[in-house]
Design a protein around this ligand. Structure first.
Ligand SMILES: NC(=O)c1ccc[n+]([C@@H]2O[C@H](COP(=O)([O-])OP(=O)(O)OC[C@H]3O[C@@H](n4cnc5c(N)ncnc54)[C@H](O)[C@@H]3O)[C@@H](O)[C@H]2O)c1
Length: 371
């Protein structure tokens, strides 16, 4: 090792010596151009010119009317704190979306014989995406802070599957596990527990995450740290833990990170700078890990949902009816999405149907981010 660094050290010494020898003030070279005008100039007003007739954006604030910027600014008066656990509404298991059917479909969309992990899978989008994976043939490990609810939902998912697939003898294996995704020890423990129960892990969906609204200056710092811890660290810890497991097995795998359209645009009117930054981080983390693990046959993609109607967003909108109007007026499709709208997207990105897609961000937002 020592000999490896010697030439580099010698080069550095030489470079340092030549820098010392270089004169501090370089001689001025004669200019090759004959143009002596400054690079940027502002034309002066002519004496008899009417300033009102000139085309300029330099108008005083309010000159265009009271509506100025009204649809494009955040409003500091919107404050929505993430509710305490006992106030959280429960999510119902989706009915009538899975089951046997006789429509022809590509076999590459199937997740049969796979084991998938969904973080934040006890509620909301995670629960419904987990259900999509089960309907597509995968076994499932639901990971959540709220183990009791995860256990309850695991039972309901299997019961629903049974109802929709009468006569099928082999039922999917759906297990429930506790973890705080922002805590490395908790993540390591839960991964070992899942591997012990299922024998392996092939897929990951990181849906544990939350948002809340405070203006940036009064946002309590401990809450920002918690938000980044769950949304960013939690995604990172699960992805690296499962990639390590896949590499040890020398097995292919795929990961879907749940970002948000907030990682690409700034939502209005509710202020949520730390959440937006967290979701931008998730999107670029997916791209970065996709490149890092492409050689190991592990694909990493991101889904960025727009406004989705979960039990929690319904509660927020019931308490803030004005928000509903503002949000839907900004969505080209004119309505919020439902968690079921993510079922196909997540199955596609995990399955072999998307085997040449990695590092992508799939926006499921009713067109919000294209306007
Ligand atoms: N609902 C939307 O409109 C929307 C839009 C874009 C993105 N998203 C993102 O989708 C993901 C899911 O959101 P949702 O609307 O389903 O939320 P949700 O609150 O309904 O569900 C989130 C789940 O994550 C769990 N969770 C929270 N912190 C955790 C932690 N530290 N460890 C383990 N589990 C934890 C919760 O217990 C809950 O079960 C989030 O990342 C969210 O940012 C949601």
């Amino acid at each position: 090792m020592a000999s490896f660094f010697k030439p580099a050290a010698a080069r550095q010494a030489l470079r340092a010596a030549s820098q010392v020898a270089r004169p501090a003030v370089r001689p001025v070279r004669p200019s090759l151009t004959i143009n002596t005008r400054a690079l940027s100039t502002t034309a002066r007003l002519q004496k008899d010119e009417d300033p009102k007739k000139r085309l300029t954006t330099d108008t005083p604030q309010g000159a265009s009317g009271a509506h100025e910027g009204a649809f494009a600014r955040t409003d500091d008066s919107v404050v929505i704190e993430y509710p305490a656990d006992e106030e959280m509404p429960r999510s119902p298991v989706v009915q009538g979306r899975g089951g046997m059917h006789f429509k022809r479909t590509l076999a590459s969309f199937s997740l049969e014989n796979r084991v998938s992990v969904v973080t934040g899978g006890a509620r909301g989008l995670g629960l419904v995406m987990g259900q999509a994976l089960v309907a597509s043939g995968s076994d499932l490990a639901i990971v959540d802070l709220n183990k009791e609810e995860a256990e309850d939902q695991a039972k309901k998912l299997v019961a629903q599957f049974k109802e929709e697939n009468p006569g099928l003898e082999e039922l999917p294996r759906v297990t429930a596990h506790y973890a705080d995704v922002s805590d490395p020890d908790s993540v390591n423990n839960v991964l070992a527990d899942i591997i012990a129960q299922h024998g392996k892990i092939d897929h990951l969906v990181t849906s544990a995450g939350f948002t809340e609204n405070f203006d940036a200056i009064s946002y309590p710092y401990d809450r920002i740290k918690k938000l980044w811890g769950v949304n960013v660290d939690g995604t990172y810890l699960f992805a690296t833990g499962i990639a390590k497991h896949l590499m040890e097995r020398n097995a292919p795998g795929s990961i879907v990170m749940i970002g948000s359209m907030s990682g690409a645009i700034v939502n209005v009117p509710q202020p949520q700078a730390p959440y937006n930054a967290a979701k931008a981080a998730v999107r670029h983390l997916a791209a970065s890990l996709a490149v890092e693990w492409a050689g190991a046959n592990i694909r990493v993609n991101c889904i960025s949902p727009g406004y989705m109607l979960t039990a929690l967003t319904k509660k927020i909108l019931d308490e803030n009816p004005e928000l509903n109007k503002k949000w839907t007026s900004l969505i080209p499709q004119g309505k919020m999405g439902t968690p079921e709208d993510l079922m196909g997207a997540v199955t596609f990105l995990l399955s072999d149907a998307s085997r040449y897609i990695t590092g992508a961000d799939l926006r499921v937002d009713g067109g919000y981010t294209v306007t």
